[in-house]
Ligand binder design. Structure first.
Ligand SMILES: Nc1nc2c(c(=O)[nH]1)N[C@H]1C(S)=C(S)[C@@H](COP(=O)(O)O)O[C@H]1N2
Ligand SMILES: [Mo]
Length: 329
């Protein structure tokens, strides 16, 4: 792995500062990939192969091998890096989409530990460096569908959460996994507001957490995560609405009862524990049938139909066999 554990996470050192010409070249390439317009349509495999060679050159490199997990590489065009890192939900830094990019510079993603505890035979406080070396990094091109009605396509870098879960050996009492994220007023100005009951807590059923598509994520676009995207480590659960994917995780707990998540506490009738992407179950205040792809928002741009399980039904549908998805929204 080409990651340099003793270098600053958010601040590139001199040897990593990219010469202007190389940087501009990468920028152009990334833009072309995002537009799918490198002399015609650069789509699918071609775009992904180009992606593997190009990176924005802003943060430390974190390359990932092309994933072999079924469904891990959509054929859709990646959303532009500037949109992925400039249009965010991270309420710990404010509620406007531009707040995280403007304010997350105060987050210190290193040193960092993640405590893995609860109903496991081998609880352990993992240092970030250990987590980075735990399993080979993969690149996964996933759709991300926010419950608000917009979506992006993002080349994440990480490995299946199952890799970590197996190592800590859950006991028979482990039915759910709870993710607790950082809530530090000194680093996160939004934590002073009462918009949510901090810390931001999320959860999955154990079998959902074990699904190979559930990604423990350390990077995007071939580099470590920008702070506004949840540095240094977050979840990405591509078949669920974006809020199920907690950012800047500090604790992973294995528990017997369904965790009370921050969004269930805030508005249980609007944000259920499952929150699988489902075009047939409307949010109480809006339809979930269609979505706006960020970067495609021209005046006459048609919205895209939202897909069952965000397009990952073939892979994850079986997890919910026999469940009433209107009741378990
Ligand atoms: N800790 C934390 N994690 C969070 C959020 C948040 O406010 N705080 N917002 C969620 C929501 S609503 C979405 S859509 C995704 C957005 O991830 P992105 O900004 O990397 O695209 O992060 C999720 N994870
Ligand atoms: Mo979201």
């Amino acid at each position: 792995m080409h990651f340099h554990p003793d270098r600053g996470f958010a601040h590139p050192v001199a040897s990593e500062i990219t010469p202007r010409a190389v940087y501009e070249e990468r920028r152009t390439l990334l833009k072309r990939i995002a537009l799918g317009a490198a002399g015609g349509a650069l789509a699918g495999w071609a775009a992904r192969d180009a992606l593997a060679q190009a990176r924005p050159g802003r943060l430390a490199p974190l390359p990932g091998a092309r994933s072999g997990v079924a469904g891990a590489l959509t054929m859709e065009k990646p959303t532009a890096y500037d949109d992925v890192t400039g249009y965010n939900n991270f309420y710990e830094f404010g509620t406007d989409k531009s707040d995280p990019a403007r304010h997350a510079g105060t987050l210190k993603p290193r040193p960092w530990t993640v405590a893995v505890e609860g109903a496991v035979a081998k609880p352990k406080v993992y240092d970030l460096d250990e987590l980075l070396k735990l399993a080979p990094m993969e690149e996964r091109l996933y759709r991300l569908r926010c419950v608000e009605g917009w979506s992006m396509v993002i080349p994440w870098v990480g490995y299946s959460l199952a890799e970590l879960i197996r190592r800590v050996e859950p006991t028979g009492n482990a039915k759910y996994v709870e993710f607790v994220t950082l809530a530090d007023k000194t680093q996160m100005p939004g934590v002073r507001s009462s918009v949510l009951d901090w810390p931001y807590v999320e959860g999955l059923r154990l079998d959902e957490a074990m699904h190979p598509l559930a990604l423990l994520t350390f990077g995007l676009y071939g580099e470590v995560l920008p702070n506004q995207n949840g540095a240094p480590v977050r979840m990405v659960v591509p078949w669920k609405y974006g809020f199920k994917s907690g950012k800047s995780i500090v604790k992973i707990r294995f528990v017997e009862k369904e965790p009370r998540t921050a969004w269930v506490k805030a508005a249980a009738q609007e944000y259920g524990f499952y929150s699988n992407v489902n075009p047939n179950v409307d949010h109480p205040r809006w339809s979930q049938a269609t979505e706006r792809r960020i970067g495609e928002d021209g005046l006459f741009q048609k919205k895209r139909p939202t897909l069952m399980f965000n397009g990952y039904e073939a892979q994850v549908g079986q997890l919910y066999a026999g469940m009433d998805l209107k009741k378990h929204y």
